[in-house]
Design a protein around this ligand. Structure first.
Ligand code: GUN
Length: 284
């Protein structure tokens, strides 16, 4: 039976580290860390995420600046705001909540954010830096996954790591981070053949495919570390992950639950990135 990886506890540790450093920055350097959060339109899920990000800022002692813009905001207006925030010294990190309304080109907006303030690590400059291992910021979800794996004490070096999903936000950067820790990495996706066989070879299995309970216990190697990035609904409308927890926990050595696994880590890593941005901008 697998040991449960407690994302709430690990994320609390990360936030406590960030809060301690933020307090030190304030005391020794007179710096108050600031995050600007921009939301366009009325998507209810985005509203919940933005509220949680603001709450996390408060908890670690950051200032947060919310810009809630109307659904009808033009791309030009949004780009103007990003440019103002790029120049605002109180703002160390800029987060534009995605998805944006259809009439706005997300790529154009991401490209307009100063790479130094891009705490999501979505800008092509930051994506490229991850490829060469010279990054300042890591995208929050894959960085959170790495921290969860680290919390188990499991050594990645030389192990078979399988990532299911190839998104720019999770799958691709996740694979790079596991590779940097000397894992032997395979990326799978919806068109992969022999998926079960590949999964069964994994010592570390990271699942980010967006399909409820897609990975079942018979696809998991005995003792593997299983990290579930999914946020899905099961047939009864109940929140669940991409991994069928009930059968998977019988085979895995370590497993993250949904909720309470990867989810809480994402915001904690955003706070860490914002702190890093503030330190870099101050030359500390
Ligand atoms: N929408 C869903 N997840 C994210 C995220 O990590 N960052 C941003 N900016 N938008 C999101």
């Amino acid at each position: 039976m697998a040991q449960i990886i407690d994302g709430k506890a690990v994320s609390a540790d990360v936030k406590a580290e960030v809060a301690a450093e933020a307090a030190k920055l304030k005391e020794e350097n007179g710096l108050k860390v600031g995050l600007a959060v921009v939301i366009v339109g009325n998507d209810p899920a985005s509203r919940v995420y933005v509220n949680n990000k603001k709450k996390a800022c408060e908890a670690v002692g950051f200032q947060s600046f919310e810009y809630a813009l109307d659904e009808s905001t033009t791309q030009e207006q949004l780009l103007d705001l990003v440019n103002v925030l790029n120049r605002d010294n109180r703002v160390n990190g800029i987060l534009v909540q995605l998805p944006l309304p259809k009439h706005i080109d997300e790529k154009a907006v991401i490209n307009a954010i100063s790479p130094d303030k891009d705490v999501d690590a979505f800008h092509p400059v930051n994506v490229g830096k991850i490829m060469i291992g010279e990054y300042s910021f890591l995208p929050c979800t894959p960085a959170g996954v790495m921290r969860l794996i680290e919390s188990t004490g499991f050594d990645i070096t030389g192990k078979q790591c399988v990532v299911i999903g190839r998104s720019n936000i999770v799958g691709k950067p996740q694979a790079m981070l596991l590779l940097q820790k000397n894992g032997t990495v395979t990326i799978c996706h919806s068109k992969t053949k022999n998926l079960k066989e590949i999964c069964l070879s994994a010592d570390i299995l990271v699942v980010a495919i967006g399909r409820a309970k897609f990975i079942t216990g018979d696809m998991i190697k005995e003792g593997a570390v299983v990290i579930d990035v999914g946020m899905d609904r099961d047939e009864n409308g109940k929140l669940c992950g991409d991994v069928d927890f009930e059968t998977a926990e019988k085979a895995a050595g370590w497993i993250t639950p949904v909720p309470g696994g990867v989810g809480p880590m994402t915001i904690a890593m955003l706070m860490k990135n914002t702190l890093t941005a503030a330190k870099q901008q101050a030359g500390i």
